[in-house]
Design a protein around this ligand. Structure first.
Ligand code: DAH
Length: 362
């Protein structure tokens, strides 16, 4: 190759570099000159076939051209990079005077059921209760038998149970009809003294304005050597005052029947019904809110606790039911409709976590 051929090639490449209008075009020029099959690389490849003398002079010339091209590429790349940055800076402006966009933690709302669930656990946690949990799919043994529902007992029929198909070994699992099996699980796995609440999902074949096939309960269980009904009464009274956010509640304990408690009681609280609104702590009406009693010795025995040493009490309450009472919800089915307007109407904010000191519902 003559010097003028090399000069021409070099000038052509330098011209193409100067003409490249963006980084992609520049890269194409680089590949065309210095890439594996590039024009300058091809010249360098010819050095191997030259005599040592030729190689000395030709090699120096070609390498000089290569250095010039490399330098020009770097310089042009800088220019193009700066130009690209300048144009981005000019086009991507931020209007700092625009209003702040609210985050989901500010715009989202908590479902009334979750709110009430948190309120209940907050109140009992303050009294020293821990939260125990169990599975939604239960055994017949934990849901019924260990809770002193003997086989064939009519109380089993009252639960309108969702049963699974029998397993090959004959066992029949079910969707728990109440949170009471968590009592069993707790007594089998913990030593007294026991003080737990068990909030959770429960299931029964039932559907109308105040019943849904899936609903929620919270169970309470206290087992110790000297636990008695007086303690239960105080706990429930304190709970009702805190939950309904009133200074006084009048409660009525009525005799009742549950297989797992003896004696068994149902609790009504005093209220006044006024044009569809319910007020607590006043009036002449009574409203049933929960079932309770002293844990039956058969239940303690079935769960490995000696009823001659320990005794205790338990209660069970519908979370949906007390949510409806507290927040004036007329149809339980609304809870499951996922209507965001309905959820927004109640307006519970995610960052307003219920506390006894700061207020449960505000
Ligand atoms: N498990 C009962 C139900 O679903 C509610 C209940 C009543 C629970 C009395 C208790 C209790 O722990 O002592 O109808």
């Amino acid at each position: 190759m003559t010097l003028s051929d090399l000069d021409k090639l070099q000038n052509d490449i330098l011209g193409a570099i100067a003409a490249a209008s963006d980084e992609a075009a520049l890269e194409a020029v680089r590949v065309g000159a210095l890439g594996k099959k590039g024009s300058i690389s091809a010249l360098l490849a010819t050095l191997g076939k030259m005599t040592p003398d030729e190689r000395k002079t030709e090699g120096a010339k070609i390498n000089l051209a290569k250095d010039k091209v490399t330098e020009a590429l770097a310089a042009r790349r800088d220019v193009l990079k700066n130009a690209a940055l300048d144009s981005r800076l000019a086009s991507e402006t931020i209007d700092v005077s625009l209003p702040v966009r609210e985050t989901p933690t500010e715009t989202g709302r908590i479902h009334p059921l979750s709110q009430v669930w948190d309120e209940i656990t907050t109140i009992f946690a303050d009294m020293g209760f821990s939260v125990a949990e169990g599975p939604d799919i239960e055994t017949d043994d934990y849901n019924f038998t260990k809770l002193n529902f003997p086989e064939g007992h009519p109380a089993r029929e009252m639960h309108d149970t969702f049963f699974f198909n029998r397993k090959p070994d004959g066992e029949r699992l079910l969707l728990r009809t109440h949170t009471s099996p968590v009592q069993v699980r707790t007594m089998l796995s913990q030593k007294p003294p026991i003080r737990v609440i068990c909030p959770g999902r429960t299931y029964r074949i039932d559907s109308d304005a105040t019943h849904t096939p899936q609903f929620h309960q919270v169970e309470g269980l206290v087992i110790d050597k000297g636990s008695h009904l007086g303690h239960l009464k105080w706990i429930l009274a304190e709970f009702c005052k805190a939950f309904f956010e009133v200074d006084n509640v009048t409660m009525k304990f009525r005799p009742s029947f549950f297989p797992f408690t003896e004696p068994s009681l149902e609790v009504d609280i005093q209220c006044r019904r006024d044009k569809g609104e319910i007020r607590f702590g006043e009036g002449n009406d009574w409203l049933e809110i929960l079932g309770c009693g002293m844990v039956h010795p058969n239940v303690l025995r079935a769960c490995g606790i000696d009823p001659d040493v320990y005794q205790g009490f338990a209660w069970g309450m519908g979370i949906d039911r007390v949510a409806m009472l507290k927040y004036g919800i007329s149809d339980l089915r609304q809870m499951f409709e996922s209507d965001v307007r309905w959820i927004n109407h109640y307006g519970f904010k995610p960052l307003d976590v219920p506390t006894l000191a700061g207020g449960l519902s505000s």
